[in-house]
Design a protein around this ligand. Structure first.
Ligand SMILES: Nc1ncnc2c1ncn2[C@@H]1O[C@H](COP(=O)(O)OP(=O)(O)O)[C@@H](O)[C@H]1O
Ligand SMILES: [Mg+2]
Length: 263
């Protein structure tokens, strides 16, 4: 039985014109990917391999140079409420309280005040930020701010969460807490998640599947299923096997590109 594909990329290519060096840069080279509804996919690859470019195309911020990108069999025309994007930077309005920040999306969409309040309360509970609603962003810790950024996206109830190295800037302990939180949110809400990371451990900890990309031009080097039971134990031998296999693939991916450059 095949599950239906929520996100489909077919031979997706993206090149940029680099003005400084007056040349075309191929960021993505024939990326083909199918992501079923409800799946948590992590993407890992060397810096500059096109991970953010892939996420921007799925978010509708960038257009592909060639190939197809579909959500529910329909091409993407710009950003949409079905896709929520979480960046490494917190993206909160500093002059609004936490509640006002989260309320912003529903109010913009014209949701009546009473109903918006309900949705915001629910969302704040979901991300464990109850009780902090009247604080301003500068009064929140790094971890709380990142949960607030997540709440701002979840409040719009997108089908798809696109996350670009969201926890790269927080300390190790906060990161571990946020990882547990995201795993729980995903399990509770059934969202489809594309999560970019440069941490092999994070990729294995969170993903049903890890997509490993090659150094530029970004191609899919491997697509590895992670069938470890959740919650996952990063110190277990099976976890380590996955970690080692991905590290090897990443090393190969980098080496292949260096050879190309030397030729
Ligand atoms: N707007 C742009 N104009 C020109 N080149 C770009 C642009 N955005 C990204 N690139 C180039 O495309 C490649 C992939 O970038 P990016 O997707 O940000 O990689 P990653 O997120 O994997 O580090 C890089 O070489 C980068 O310099
Ligand atoms: Mg990036």
């Amino acid at each position: 039985m095949t599950r239906d594909s929520l996100i489909t990329c077919r031979r997706l290519c993206k090149s940029y014109y680099d003005i400084r060096n007056a040349e075309r840069v191929v960021a993505l080279d024939e990326i083909s990917l199918e992501i079923p509804r409800g799946e948590f996919v992590t993407v890992i690859g060397p810096s500059g391999c096109g991970k953010t470019t892939l996420l921007y195309i799925l978010a509708g911020f960038e257009e592909p140079t060639s190939g197809e990108v579909l959500v529910e069999d329909r091409p993407i025309y710009g950003p949409g409420a079905d896709r929520g994007v979480v960046f490494q930077e917190y993206a909160l309005f500093p002059w609004l309280t936490l509640r006002q920040n989260v309320e912003y999306g529903p109010r913009e969409r014209g949701v009546p005040a009473e109903e918006a309040r309900e949705i915001v309360n629910h969302t704040l509970r979901l991300v464990n930020l109850e009780g902090a609603e009247n604080r301003y962003p500068h009064e929140l810790s790094g971890g709380m701010r990142q949960r607030a950024a997540l709440a701002r996206v979840l409040v719009n109830d997108p089908k798809i969460l696109l996350m670009d190295e969201p926890f790269a800037a927080v300390d190790a302990q906060t990161r571990a807490a946020l990882q547990r939180e995201v795993a729980r949110l995903w399990a509770e809400t059934g969202k489809t998640v594309l999560f970019i990371t440069h941490s092999v451990e994070e990729a294995v900890l969170l993903g049903d599947r890890v997509v490993i990309m090659t150094a530029r031009p970004g191609r899919v080097k491997a697509d590895m299923a992670v069938s470890l039971q959740r919650p996952r134990d990063p110190t277990s031998p099976a976890f380590n096997d996955h970690r080692r296999a991905i590290e090897q693939l990443l090393a190969d991916a980098g080496a292949a590109t260096r050879n190309l450059v030397n030729e």
